[in-house]
Ligand binder design. Structure first.
Ligand SMILES: Cc1cc2nc3c(=O)[nH]c(=O)nc-3n(C[C@H](O)[C@H](O)[C@H](O)COP(=O)(O)O)c2cc1C
Length: 206
């Protein structure tokens, strides 16, 4: 049975364009495997705090030496990691806000990048520990950036996921959403068609 983690990072939760494209794709996956498990995390509805020195110190402290407060911080991070570790497929809604990823998503990244837990350093460099997964990213933007040096998101998200061991990542873009009604409608229609034509993960393709 396939386990899917759907992550919304739009400030509009389910109503965000990125969340809607992600939902469409989850729906397509469920048509292939009705029994697939779907976990959904909405980073706007349940925002994570910014990473600060105290929280990072909790990660660095060994479990036996953590204070009660540090234990709670580490446990909350462990839960996020366990949820991702349990998933075969990550489906991520990725809006562009102010030229970057939503701060809610950055906070999630900051809480799942844990040395010795999700990556480790070796003499050959970092090795991601969350292998065997496939990620699909639904990127929505008011303007046009894909394929240009002004796209601050694609390489960053690819690099971050690869750092954790998730190197198989596909993007679908809906761009120009703030460029007028006709371009917006056309762009969303194109993105929806692309979602419908996305190849499912290999485990669901048979
Ligand atoms: C606060 C805010 C900042 C935004 N900044 C950008 C931006 O820097 N570049 C851009 O192309 N679009 C920008 N947009 C437009 C969004 O990318 C667009 O509305 C997209 O649909 C957002 O995805 P969502 O509907 O899933 O939230 C911004 C929208 C908001 C609300």
């Amino acid at each position: 049975m396939t386990t899917i983690l759907k992550l919304n990072s739009s400030i509009y939760s389910d109503a965000g364009q990125s969340s809607q494209l992600a939902s469409q794709f989850v729906g397509a996956l469920l048509e292939r495997e009705p029994g697939a498990q779907v976990a959904e995390r909405d980073l706007a509805r349940e925002p994570l705090p910014h990473l600060d020195a105290a929280r990072f110190q909790a990660f660095l402290t060994t479990p036996e030496q953590r204070t009660a407060e540090q234990t709670a911080v580490a446990q909350a991070s462990d839960e996020l990691i366990d949820e991702l570790r349990a998933a075969d497929v990550l489906v991520l809604g990725l809006p562009m806000y102010n030229f970057g990823v939503p701060s809610q998503l950055k906070a999630w990244f900051d809480h799942i990048a844990r040395a010795g837990v999700t990556f480790r350093y070796t003499e050959k460099g970092p090795v991601g520990l969350l292998t065997g997964k496939k990620a699909y990213v639904f990127a929505t933007r008011g303007g046009l950036y894909a394929g240009t040096p002004r796209d601050t998101q694609t390489q960053y998200v690819r690099d971050f996921l690869a750092f954790l061991g998730i190197a198989d990542v596909e993007f679908v873009y809906a761009e120009g959403l703030a460029m007028g009604d006709a371009p917006r409608t056309a762009s969303l229609a194109k993105a929806r068609a692309a979602v419908q034509n996305l190849a499912p993960p290999a485990r669901l393709a048979a």
